[in-house]
Structure formats: structure tokens, C-alpha cells
Design a protein around this ligand. Structure first.
Ligand code: 9MG
Length: 262
């Protein structure tokens, strides 16, 4: 899954792709590099990021989805928590709703259910404004799993079919470095829940803390974390650097195919 940020305050591209044309150009580049899914976001979810009004988020993201649909059938994911944006994205041809709030915002569950789209339910402790202020868990793996089980239950009750649900432990969303590492170390246990598993670690501060490197120097760390995720069973890996990650994942897939024969 290749990331396309249409936010001027995006943490990783410095606002480089804030206009529709630049975002669509970036989409073409990621498709050429071999992306299997594009994730389009109009509101940054990094800690402390500004809240974007509904109209503004729609005007950033929907023209990008409409343009992509004119030249590609690639599955498109809308990174949003707002029901109005979910509905507009579905009408524009999106395939997946990627909601870091896991449909906890007013109206989001109903909007997602009526859209018929796939839905990624992600764990987050707190909110993007406050989530990195001393996150606390007893057992982070157990608590994230329990949260996701609760969100799955609510989604099923709302009429979202089981096959449309994707889960995500939410790396960096209300977690310390140690808590993130525990989740990565025990990632395979999330596969036992029986849903497709999405992981996003690309360029995140957990890598910066380990490497002591700024965001533009986290490529090798990001690819390493993607490999670990794929080895642990991740089905979808959300990344900024598609070419490099695809190569690395091809090695993982080759190894998995070999071991399956024994
Ligand atoms: C939007 N976004 C930023 N990081 C993410 C992650 O780790 N997972 C998902 N699903 N979305 C993310």
C-alpha cells in the first residue's frame, strides 16, 4: 500500500504533494513502482497535527481519487475518520476505508457499513493530539487485541461483512518505542484473529528513536520493519518507499513459497 498525502503538513513529504496534480503524479509513480493499493489521506494523523474541516478534506482527496479512476483500476483506500469523506470517497470509486479511529467517530460506522467497502480497523490509544503523552498499558499486545475484537464485534453488528474487515495494531498511535517493539515482536498473534492484517511502520518515529535518524534517513529501517512484518504474516504493508519495499517483500515471498513445499 503506497501512501499519498494530500496534506500540506504531511510529516514525510513536507507538503510536496499538496495539490491534486502533484498527488496524481505521485499516484502514477507509485503504480509504476508496483504499488498494489494507494492510500489517499487529506488530514495528517501525526501527533499534534491540525484538524482539517470536512469540506477541505473532501476537496483535497476526492479529486485525486476521481483522477486516478480515469486511468487505473488500482484499489484505492481513503484514509479518513469522517463519515462525509467516506461516503464521497465511495462515490468517487474508492475500495477501502482506512480509519485510524476504527469507526468510533459519530456516524462513521453507519457510513462504512452502507458504503460496502473494505474497512481497516486500527488501534489507537487516545487521540492524535494527545496519544504520545505517556501511553499506558498492562500488556500492550493483549489490550490491542481486545480493542480490535471489540471494534470487529461492533462492525459485524452494524452489518459489515467479516470478509470486508482488515485489522491493524496501529504502530505509533499511542505507543512508546517499547510498546511498538512488543507489538512487532508478537505481530503473528494478530493473524490468529482470522482477518487480513495491515501494518504501517514506514518512516515512523519508532524507527527514528532506534536509529537516531530524521525522517528522511529511515529508508533502511522502514524496509527492515516491512520485512519483519511480512515474515510475521502482514498482508498489507503501508509504505512511502514502494520500489525498495517491493524488492524486499519479494525475497520474503520467495522464502515463504519454498518453505510451503516442505
Ligand atoms: C494513516 N495512517 C498512518 N499510519 C497508519 C498505520 O500505521 N496504519 C493505518 N491503517 N493507517 C495509518
Amino acid at each position: 500500500m503506497g501512501v499519498i498525502n494530500t496534506t500540506p503538513d504531511s510529516f514525510s513529504d513536507g507538503g510536496l504533494f499538496s495539490t491534486t496534480d502533484k498527488a496524481v503524479e505521485h499516484a502514477k509513480k507509485l503504480i509504476d513502482e508496483g504499488a498494489d493499493i494507494l492510500d489517499i489521506g487529506g488530514e495528517s494523523t501525526r501527533p499534534g497535527a491540525a484538524i482539517v474541516p470536512i469540506k477541505e478534506e473532501i476537496s483535497r482527496t476526492i479529486p485525486v481519487i476521481e483522477s486516478i479512476r480515469k486511468f487505473s483500476e488500482i484499489p484505492v483506500s481513503i484514509d479518513t475518520s469522517k463519515p462525509e469523506v467516506m461516503i464521497a470517497a465511495a462515490e468517487a470509486g474508492a475500495d477501502i476505508i482506512n480509519d485510524v479511529w476504527a469507526l468510533r467517530r459519530d456516524g462513521a460506522m453507519d457510513a462504512a457499513a452502507s458504503s460496502g467497502l473494505l474497512i481497516c480497523l486500527m488501534h489507537m490509544q487516545g487521540s492524535p493530539e494527545s496519544m504520545q503523552h505517556n501511553p499506558q498499558y498492562g500488556n500492550v499486545v493483549d489490550e490491542v487485541k481486545r480493542f480490535l475484537q471489540g471494534r470487529i464485534y461492533d462492525a459485524l453488528i452494524a452489518g459489515i461483512p467479516e470478509r470486508n474487515i482488515i485489522i491493524d495494531p496501529g504502530f505509533g498511535f499511542g505507543k512508546t518505542l517499547d510498546q511498538n517493539l512488543q507489538l512487532l515482536n508478537f505481530l503473528s498473534t494478530f493473524k490468529t484473529m482470522g482477518y487480513s492484517l495491515l501494518v504501517g511502520v514506514s518512516r515512523k518515529s519508532m524507527l527514528g528513536l532506534i536509529l537516531d535518524k530524521p525522517v528522511d534517513q529511515r529508508l533502511y529501517g522502514s524496509v527492515s520493519a516491512a520485512v519483519i512484518s511480512a515474515m510475521s504474516g502482514a498482508d498489507i504493508i503501508r509504505v512511502h518507499d514502494v520500489t525498495e519495499t517491493k524488492d524486499a517483500i519479494a525475497i520474503v515471498q520467495a522464502i515463504k513459497n519454498t518453505s510451503n513445499k516442505n
